[in-house]
Design a protein around this ligand. Sequence first.
Ligand code: ABN
Length: 177
Amino acid sequence: MRWLDRYFEQGARQIAHRSSRRGALATIGRAFAGAAVALPILPFDRVGNHALAQSTRKAKRDDDTACEYWRYCAVDGFLCSCCGGSVSTCPPGTEASKVVWIGTCRSHLDGRDYLISYADCCGVTSCGRCLCNNNVSERPGYRMGVHNDINWCMGNRSAMYHCTVAAAVGIAETGKG
Ligand code: ABN
């Protein structure tokens, strides 16, 4: 019966060898390495994230306290709608600048281009809230009427800049026809 003892002894040794701590660690290591290679190429569902980003962007185009609001495409300054005024009215205690600059912004509501008159509100120190700097069709300082990086309160009794308003004043013509 020695051969039977040897047979079982060998089998037991093989099992012990295969189930050693080192063997188990090696198996776990191989599983991790495999996962690291496989995971980045697995298909991820990013549709939800994209839809959320789209709806957030859309909501901001309607929010006159957000830099993305459609009339602010060429605004440079603090939004008066965050400073006690509104999108087109200066806060109490300030007065609109005598000089303005003009931008052309497309409305997402009807797809048309509107002339936007940007004015600085003057007479009180800087509001400091909702700073935006958008420059669609903005031009350098030698084209003053379409330049936004200037304190337009300079022409007023008090040159102190507080915030900026954006009034839609007309529909932009294409110049064609
Ligand atoms: N037109 C807004 C503004 C005011 C002060 C300085 C830069 C820009």
